[in-house]
Design a protein around this ligand. Structure first.
Ligand SMILES: C[S@@+](CC[C@H](N)C(=O)[O-])C[C@H]1O[C@@H](n2cnc3c(N)ncnc32)[C@H](O)[C@@H]1O
Length: 275
């Protein structure tokens, strides 16, 4: 098993991490190195990104790349850097955890996500911000998760009382992970493979969650949803704070949605947009 360590300047770390997560949806190990931050990913030889890909993704933030061979206990190592996440207050409390973490006390909704090949353990700011905005909505009604990854948002929505719940992703692994995680959580999520770049507008719903990066959100704003439907509520995440205004404006122009809330976490932002 290879450990690929990517060292970036601290001031560029958030942006570099966003790019690296595209290569490592299961998550990235983070090591504080003072002026620098080291991100490490694990994989078999041939599975990991090459230097040209890393340079293209991380650009001038990249300071150093070091590969080393480690024992094949990567399954165990992943466990060390997954932490449960607890969100919300009162009756609307949500606990997102891996299967090996203890269950929360009764009364707190428990979402169990097995960190496999798909993005979304709940711990990343972009996911957490989406969940925070979801927790503020009156539960109920059809909801869809565009770019569902592990299915964490869709499963949380189902547990909170929204339904029917659907999701889509262009990755086969994400579709499989969402199905498996939904089953493990005892909820129903209708999940399909759909590539927003090649398969046309996504199927819509009255409530849409979209934790995608800026370019894809702008594409969704341009393409709209199938049949020209406009969501009543759209949660848009995966944005750097400085990108939020542009994305809000794009949805306002194309669908008439107005921004009613903007949440910030680290360098990230999520938007709550309503008709
Ligand atoms: C940031 S992750 C969000 C995962 C999960 N919804 C969460 O909030 O943690 C973005 C997801 O969008 C998916 N995605 C990226 N490009 C896509 C495309 N062109 N069409 C559909 N899904 C895409 C990725 O596979 C990934 O699962």
């Amino acid at each position: 098993m290879i450990r690929l360590a990517i060292c970036v300047r601290r001031e560029d770390a958030e942006v570099a991490l966003a790019e690296l997560l595209a290569f490592a949806p299961r998550g990235v190990e983070e090591v504080d190195r003072g002026e620098r931050v080291e991100y490490a990913v694990y994989g078999a030889p041939g599975e990991l990104p090459g230097l040209p890909d890393l340079k293209a993704a991380v650009g001038p933030a990249l300071v150093e790349v070091v590969t080393s061979e480690v024992a094949d206990d990567v399954g165990e190592r992943w466990r060390d850097f997954h932490r449960p996440v607890e969100l919300g207050r009162g009756a609307a409390r949500l606990h997102v955890r891996a299967p090996w973490h203890p269950a929360p006390p009764p009364g707190i909704r428990d979402v169990v996500i097995d960190p496999g090949q798909a993005f979304g353990t709940g711990a990343h700011d972009t996911t957490r911000l989406c969940l925070e905005l979801l927790l503020e909505l009156e539960p109920g009604g059809a909801i869809t998760d565009v770019g569902c990854g592990s299915g964490v948002l869709a499963i949380a929505a189902a547990k909170l009382g929204f339904g029917p719940v659907s999701g889509l992703d262009h990755e086969r692994e994400s579709v499989a992970a969402t199905k498996a995680n939904a089953t493990a959580n005892g909820v129903t999520v209708a999940v399909a493979r759909h590539d927003l770049l090649h398969d046309g507008p996504a199927p819509g719903a009255p409530i849409v969650m979209a934790n995608l990066l800026r370019p894809l959100l702008l594409q969704v704003a341009r393409d709209g949803f199938a049949g020209g439907s406009v969501p009543r509520i759209l949660i848009a995440s995966g944005l750097l704070a400085r990108e939020a205004g542009e994305v809000a404006a794009a949805f306002a122009a194309s669908m008439g949605l107005r921004e009613t809330e903007r949440r910030l976490g680290g360098e990230w932002a999520a938007l709550l947009l309503r008709q």
